[in-house]
Structure formats: C-alpha cells, structure tokens
Design a protein around this ligand. Structure first.
Ligand code: ZN
Length: 113
C-alpha cells in the first residue's frame, strides 16, 4: 500500500515545516488528491492515524479534497476534464491529451498551534 509511504512523506514535510515556521502541533491537515494519482482516499484515512501517531500531528483531523483530472488537447487546444489517463478529449475526441492537473497529492492546508 503506497499510501503509507505517502503519509510518511507528509509527516516529514510537517516536521520540517514545524521547525522552519515554529509550530509544535498540527490539528488539521487537508490533503488534495488528484483523481488521476491512484491514491485511494479510504486508504489514506485508514493509514493517517497510524502514521501520525506520536508525531506532532498525533490526533489531527484529516480532510481530503479531491481534484478532478484536467487535460489540454493537443488537437483543438481545449481544456477537458478526464477520469483516466487515457480519456480522449471531450470536445473533439482526439486521444492526444496532455494531463495538466490531477496527477499528484499535496498538502493543501494546515491548522497548527
Ligand atoms: Zn480536442
């Protein structure tokens, strides 16, 4: 389950932010997950408490915000919402779509003390 290693990354980022921005506890974490990132929100929720235990985010609330996949068509230049990496352009049907949004997971917001 790669969600656990993603969460370990998140914890490391929180720890380095805590040092540079001078906070000692995180009470809420908002993660933004691209729908094309292959990250399972349920697996994140399940792993979050385990990975954050005994860290500065122990007991923090997890909020997950999903971000639609977005592509730009090379044929007609339109932006299109895509559900998978192989979706065709929904304007002209071309399969040459460059993904511009929705591939990764990032920390969107933090509440800290
Ligand atoms: Zn198109």
């Amino acid at each position: 389950m790669h969600e656990l290693s993603l969460l370990e990354n998140v914890r490391e980022i929180l720890e380095s932010h805590a040092l540079s921005q001078n906070f000692s506890k995180v009470t809420q974490v908002t993660l933004e997950i691209g729908k094309l990132s292959c990250v399972e929100p349920d697996a994140l929720r399940f792993g979050f408490d385990v990975v954050m235990k005994d860290s500065l985010a122990d007991g923090a609330e997890l909020i997950i915000s999903e971000l639609n996949g977005l592509g730009v068509c090379r044929q007609c230049g339109q932006h299109c919402v895509i559900e998978t990496l192989y979706d065709p352009c929904n304007w002209c049907g071309s399969s040459k779509v460059d993904v511009v949004q929705g591939l990764d997971m990032k920390i969107k917001d933090l509440m800290v003390i």
